[in-house]
Design a protein around this ligand. Structure first.
Ligand code: PAF
Length: 286
């Protein structure tokens, strides 16, 4: 099946206007390319829920903290298009840079509250970059539904907040994290792990699931998180950047798992920063 690739807002808008005239609902799956099974699961969710699906591919310079990280980000548009076509996605929107950040571009969408702490504390400006590009993609695409992975749980909250606060008429759909058979959450960063690091990496999910189960049974928060940090470092991680329990619905810090919560982690393995999160449902509420 062929997949039309569009580079400009005007091409995209002409297409979505025609879809609207047919009465079709529209889904959008924002990506930065280097597609893996996690992205493809979002596309499948979008195809199941909407009549027409736009997959976007834009490596957004504003959300990278270092020029080296941006330069190292894989650009694999041909491979990405080949993965998308058989699924039945309707358009690949891979805009020219100036369609997103035109001459004199001077606007930043900055989401307070949910952007603070966690990744927001360790990657200054990252969520401003995400919020700005996602807002543009929503306005350019005019979709009814947008699909994001729970793997980037804080990002999901940021996007929900901006859509609500800016009255963008789009429903944000969170989709479950896709994992390797050993539990490692899929991420384009996994390709950067050496063979030795790749053997250590599943320890992150394993520790997260064990810790979540203990917290769900009422184990004390500080001591349980302390034990988990020690386990990660003993298991080969170089540094745990954060390991925190947050409210599932608001992302506010919580002192004990007494209501549905998320356990979120970021940890470094050599030069690679991995993030993951799992739901914590207190046993009385399960
Ligand atoms: O999750 C990502 O890949 C990016 O942050 C997104 C949402 C496509 C914005 O550039």
């Amino acid at each position: 099946m062929s997949l039309p690739v569009m580079r400009t807002v005007s091409e995209l808008r002409a297409t979505t206007a025609a879809w609207r005239r047919e009465g079709a609902s529209i889904g959008i799956v924002p990506t930065m390319g280097a597609l893996h099974e996690g992205h493809l699961s979002l596309v499948r969710a979008a195809l199941a829920r909407t009549d027409r699906v736009i997959v976007t591919l834009f490596v957004n310079p504003k959300q990278f903290n270092s020029a080296a990280d941006l330069a190292a980000y894989p650009r694999t548009e041909m491979d990405d298009a080949a993965k998308l076509a058989p699924l039945g996605a309707h358009v690949l929107y891979a805009p020219y840079g100036e369609e997103i950040y035109g001459p004199g571009f001077a606007t930043t969408v900055s989401v307070g509250g949910v952007s603070e702490g966690l990744c927001g504390a360790h990657r200054p400006g990252h969520f401003d970059g995400v919020a700005t590009v996602v807002t543009k993609l929503f306005l350019q695409g005019g979709a009814d539904f947008a699909f994001f992975g729970e793997k980037d749980f804080q990002q999901l909250h940021v996007v929900r907040r901006l859509a609500r606060d800016l009255d963008i008429p789009i429903e944000i759909v969170g989709c479950p994290t896709v994992r390797e058979s050993d539990g490692l959450a899929l991420s384009s960063r996994n390709a950067r792990l050496s063979a030795a690091e790749r053997r250590i990496a599943p320890k992150l999910a394993e520790t997260l699931f064990d810790t979540a189960a203990r917290l769900a049974e009422g184990a004390p928060l500080a001591a349980t998180l302390g034990t988990a940090r020690v386990a990660l470092e003993a298991g080969g991680f170089d540094r745990v950047e954060y390991l925190e329990l947050r409210d599932e619905a608001t992302l506010a810090p919580v002192g004990q798992a007494e209501r549905p919560a998320r356990l979120l982690v970021a940890a470094w393995l050599g030069e690679t920063r991995l993030i993951d999160n799992v739901k914590v449902t207190p046993v009385g509420l399960a």
